[in-house]
Design a binder for this molecule. Structure first.
Ligand SMILES: C[S@@+](CC[C@H](N)C(=O)[O-])C[C@H]1O[C@@H](n2cnc3c(N)ncnc32)[C@H](O)[C@@H]1O
Length: 310
């Protein structure tokens, strides 16, 4: 495997359906250092672009994509691997990360030279190779749901951002509720490093703590829970798998925002969280991507040594 100081590899793959998009994103994630997804369908399908700091092995790519396609008896999705130079990557990054407005938030990248609108809440985000520029419907959905919960006057003392990526959601909460104590976690060390830089850039270092953690494995989580609000923009399957553990981190009447799922997956997610004691209080759909808000109706044991529902 060859590595270059100023080179990056780009894998472009087209998913032919929304479900293939979700599957391929999940498959590609462990192989690449960053992913950009374009959920507007093109002639070839939905474009997924993966960026690698080291040259990806064609053998790994083929076996990764073939594993699913063979079992489903369909052909290999179309993909190509290109080597690009940092300058190209930066240009592409600038092109894809223009300032955007979502609800009350004005999200702008490093290269923005203007002045944020006075009536908006400014959030400076440099996503780098982490997910979370605000463009994706799942991130926008979470931002809108956060905005709504805060606007309704829900008191937020403790908040957890699960799968924080660039930390866009943690920073957004902190900008609206500066006194909230926020824990942001991600299992990807690159995301953790990007999150820390963004938190510093937005002057939120005193109120947001970032940890590298596979869901709730990190010991620091016990110091923060129970939470008034948890936001988790991951994928339907892991969200379903972690329904009980996630619910058990919430205060009574605490809110949970889930995103990263398609409309047809939402029934299974809702069932899993209903079984874990939560009721759904709000939904938002953006181009087929769902953001669901739940409320916790169960009480949890305050004893930090006991993890689960009482
Ligand atoms: C779709 S991105 C969401 C990023 C950001 N929160 C947003 O809304 O734009 C999902 C993030 O979850 C992280 N992730 C995936 N599986 C995880 C796990 N088991 N534990 C913690 N983080 C995870 C990924 O590394 C990625 O940064």
């Amino acid at each position: 495997m060859m590595s270059g100081a100023n080179k990056t590899w780009k894998i472009i793959i087209f998913a032919r359906s929304e479900s293939e998009l979700v599957t391929l994103e999940k498959k590609l994630e462990p192989i690449v250092d960053g992913i950009i997804i374009d959920t507007r369908p093109q002639k070839e399908g939905y474009q997924i672009t993966g960026f690698c700091l080291n040259e990806p092995e064609e053998r790994d790519l083929n076996s990764c994509f073939l594993e699913d396609t063979v079992s489903q008896r369909v052909t290999l999705p179309k993909y190509e691997v290109r080597q690009i130079f940092d300058a190209d990557w930066e240009e592409e990054y600038k092109e894809q990360t223009k300032p955007i407005t979502v609800g009350r938030f004005f999200i702008y990248p490093d290269h923005f030279c203007g002045v944020p609108p006075v009536k908006k809440v400014p959030v400076a985000i440099s996503a780098g190779l982490a997910f979370g520029t605000g463009e994706h419907q799942t991130t926008s959905g979470c931002l809108m749901a956060i905005d709504k919960i805060v606007e309704k006057g829900k008191a937020l003392e403790t908040v957890m951002d699960v799968g924080c990526g660039s930390a866009i959601l943690a920073i957004a909460v902190s900008k609206l509720v500066p006194k909230a104590s926020i824990l942001a976690l991600d299992n990807d060390f690159m995301a953790v490093s990007t999150a820390k830089k963004n938190i510093q850039k937005n002057n939120c270092k005193d109120t947001i703590t970032v940890v590298e953690s596979d869901f709730y494995l990190a010991s620091e989580i016990a110091l923060f829970r129970p939470f008034d609000l948890i936001v988790a923009n991951i994928l339907a399957d892991p969200l379903i798998e972690k329904a009980y553990e996630t619910a058990s981190q919430l205060k009574l009447n605490g809110r949970l925002i889930l995103s990263g799922l398609l409309r047809k997956q939402s029934k299974d997610v809702i069932n899993a969280y209903n079984k874990a004691g939560l009721i759904m209080v709000d939904t938002l759909e953006l181009d087929g991507w769902m953001t669901l808000t739940f409320k916790n109706r169960q009480c949890i044991d305050k004893n930090p040594n006991r993890d689960f529902l009482c």
